[in-house]
Design a protein around this ligand. Structure first.
Ligand SMILES: N[C@@H](CCC(=O)N[C@@H](CS)C(=O)NCC(=O)O)C(=O)O
Length: 237
C-alpha cells in the first residue's frame, strides 16, 4: 500500500527482513566477519545527521545495511517511528538493540571499532569535545546553509552571525590539525568520528562556496575525497 508521497512499505525491508539479512551476512562471512549494523537514514541528499554515523561505520569497515526513508513527505514521521522512538533519523539497529541520535550511534560504533576515536587520551578528549560542539552548535550555519550534496549555489552576502560560525569552525579545525593532525589529513591525523561529525559541513562549504582559509579548504577536500563520501554523494538523488 502506498500513501500519498510516502514510502511503499513493501519496498523497504522490515525488522524481520533486516534480521534475515544480518544472519545471511554472518553465515556468509564466518566468525571473524566485521560487525554488521543496520542504519535507518533519511534522504541522502539532505540528511546531514544520517551522513555522520553512516560515514563513521563505512570508514571503520563495518558492514552496513541501509534503510533510506524519504524526508519531507506526509508519511515520513510514521515511517521513521516504525524504527526510531524519537521520530528522527538516523537510527541504528544491532543485535536487537536500537540506538537513536547521531552522536550516540557514533559512540556505539566506536565500541565495535575503537579506532574511530584517536588512541591518545588528550586527542580523544578534544575529539569528543569538538564532536559535541558540532552536535549542539553552529545553528546559523546549519539553518542558513542546509546540506544539499547535489547542489552548487554560491552564497553572496555572508551575515555577521554566519561569519562568526565560520570563524569558530576554522579556529577549531586549525587547532585540531596543528596540535593533533600529524599522520594524516584529518582533524586528528587518521579519520575519526570528529571528521564524520564535520563531513556535512565540508559539503556545505562546497555547495555555498563559503570563504575558507587554505587549511580549511584542504581539510574539506580531504573529507570530500574519501571514497565513502563520494559513494554517499553519488547515491544521493
Ligand atoms: N539530534 C538528532 C537530530 C536528528 C534529526 O533532526 N534528523 C532529521 C533528519 S536530518 C529528522 O529525522 N527529521 C525528521 C523529519 O524530517 O520528519 C541526531 O543527532 O540524530
Amino acid at each position: 500500500m502506498t500513501q500519498a508521497g510516502g514510502v511503499e512499505k513493501s519496498a523497504l525491508p522490515d525488522a524481520r527482513g533486516i534480521a534475515i539479512i544480518e544472519a545471511l551476512f554472518r553465515a556468509a562471512k564466518g566468525r571473524h566477519m566485521a560487525p554488521c549494523v543496520t542504519l535507518i537514514i533519511g534522504t541522502r541528499r539532505y540528511s546531514s545527521w544520517s551522513l555522520r554515523p553512516w560515514l563513521a561505520a563505512k570508514q571503520a569497515g563495518l558492514t552496513v545495511t541501509e534503510v533510506e526513508i524519504p524526508l519531507r513527505q506526509p508519511q515520513t514521521r510514521a515511517d521513521i517511528l516504525q524504527w526510531s522512538p524519537s521520530g528522527k533519523v538516523p537510527c541504528l539497529i544491532h543485535d536487537g538493540l536500537t540506538v537513536w541520535d547521531s552522536l550516540a550511534i557514533c559512540e556505539y560504533l566506536a565500541e565495535l571499532a575503537p579506532a574511530l576515536w584517536p588512541a591518545d587520551r588528550a586527542a580523544r578528549a578534544v575529539a569528543r569535545a569538538v564532536s559535541a560542539e558540532m552536535h549542539a552548535g553552529f545553528q546559523t550555519l546549519r539553518s542558513l546553509c542546509p546540506m544539499d550534496v547535489r547542489t552548487i549555489a554560491p552564497m553572496t552576502g555572508i551575515t555577521a552571525d554566519l561569519q562568526a560560525d565560520l570563524d569558530r569552525l576554522q579556529t577549531l579545525w586549525t587547532d585540531c590539525r596543528t596540535r593533533f593532525g600529524d599522520g594524516g589529513p584529518f582533524l586528528f591525523g587518521r579519520f575519526s568520528i570528529a571528521d564524520a561529525m564535520y563531513a556535512p559541513v565540508a559539503t556545505r562549504c562546497r555547495t555555498y562556496a563559503l570563504p575558507l582559509t587554505p587549511l580549511a579548504e584542504s581539510y574539506c577536500r580531504a573529507v570530500l575525497d574519501l571514497p565513502s563520501m563520494r559513494e554517499w554523494i553519488e547515491a544521493a538523488a
